[in-house]
Design a protein around this ligand. Sequence first.
Ligand code: PFF
Length: 462
Amino acid sequence: MTHGNAPIEQTASRHGTWRSRGTFILAATGSAVGLGNIWRFPYVTGEYGGSAFIVVYLVSVLLLGLPVMMAEVALGREGRHSPLITMQKLIERTRSHRIWLLIGWSSLLSGFLIASYYEVIAGWTLRYALDYSGQAIGLLPGTTDVQQVWSAFLSSPGQLILFQTLFVVITMAVIARGLKRGLEKATTLMMPVLFLMLLALLVYSLLEGDPAASLSYMFKPDWSALGVNGVLAAMGQAFFTLSLGMGAIMVYGAYLPEGVKVPSTVGVIALLDTLVAIIAGIALFSIIFAHPELQPESGPGLLFITLSSAFEVMPGGVLIGMLFFFLVGVAALTSLLSIVEPTVAWVVEKYNASRLRVSITVGVVVWLLGLGTVFSFNLGEDVLIFFGQTFFGFLDYLTNNILLPAGGLLIALFAGWIMPREVIARQLSLEGRAFLTWQILARWIAPAGILAVLVYTWFSAG
Ligand code: PFF
């Protein structure tokens, strides 16, 4: 057995390594930028009254998100395996308690649970993108009653299952092709397209919307609407949006070439992720505020009802609608890849199985679990046996409010307290004051913040 500060054991994962720092940045940004930025961020911001929520979110990204993200990449690159096997190896090396294996197990559990609802919601965006495309080429008629279209769609399990299936098949086809030909190729192709689509949307919203109202809503602090719930929601959002707490970034870190500097790389990823959320927010609210009859506080239906209503009456709205929903779909796809990769990588490593077979199996399991979310919006709408919530409501709550923060807490503590200082310092290429700053954040600040979220969640759930 090797000891904690032994030299690096392995310099590449069996799945391969990213070609460069750039492709890692694109893939990890692809993981981070997703439904969390374009669907969840604007509607949660709306629910908590705008700018004050954004301030807390930004502080949380800096103080909780960045140190945990650095820890995930460092642990992943040191272990060079899927999160569960990486943790097994690091626990052996540090001779620490097996309780830390929870990090690995929860990565598998969270992966299945998040993937199962994420693919269903991503399916909605695909349906809207195809619908707008149909309208754009004159194949489908325009909509007069957006609310009705939305309700009819949600109440049809067949339609939801169709788009869910399409989405799972696309995702697993990419995953099955492996790191280089699948993940890397897909993300390097799609991310630039995503950035371009976002810029186009921003320009359109500045020209056709009400940017002044949007900017003041997002950046003029109104502390009254925030409350404790808002603060905790902002911390949770910082976690979810950076893909932290379930080993997604850890497994991408396992594919990172030696020599790439972690802190600045992680900084770029967090910055891009935050920029996308802010730009999406500015664009969306600018469009929404141009229509006084529309409200920003409409919850999860914000994109599908509120924004769609605006597209119906705006010049070029059909084309912009098409572009927008493709944008969200692409963002969701590149995130979903990272949600299933830890599990796929683990089964391949553990059972020496072929990636293709594993991808199909994981895809089928995720699809089956996803049916629970599908039925939460129709047949099972009133089945509130999961702590008073639908199956989807329960999964969303369990993963965002409990599993991801708990995973992040354990990761910060393991990297901060258990891993030998030299190993983490080498992985992060930090020394002196800079290392100390990371250490204080990982040992104290991030755990305290996350613990506050967890404790509050626990008591407010009762
Ligand atoms: N970061 C993604 C988003 O903002 O939509 C969601 C996500 C991806 C969460 C990967 C967790 C994860 F491991």
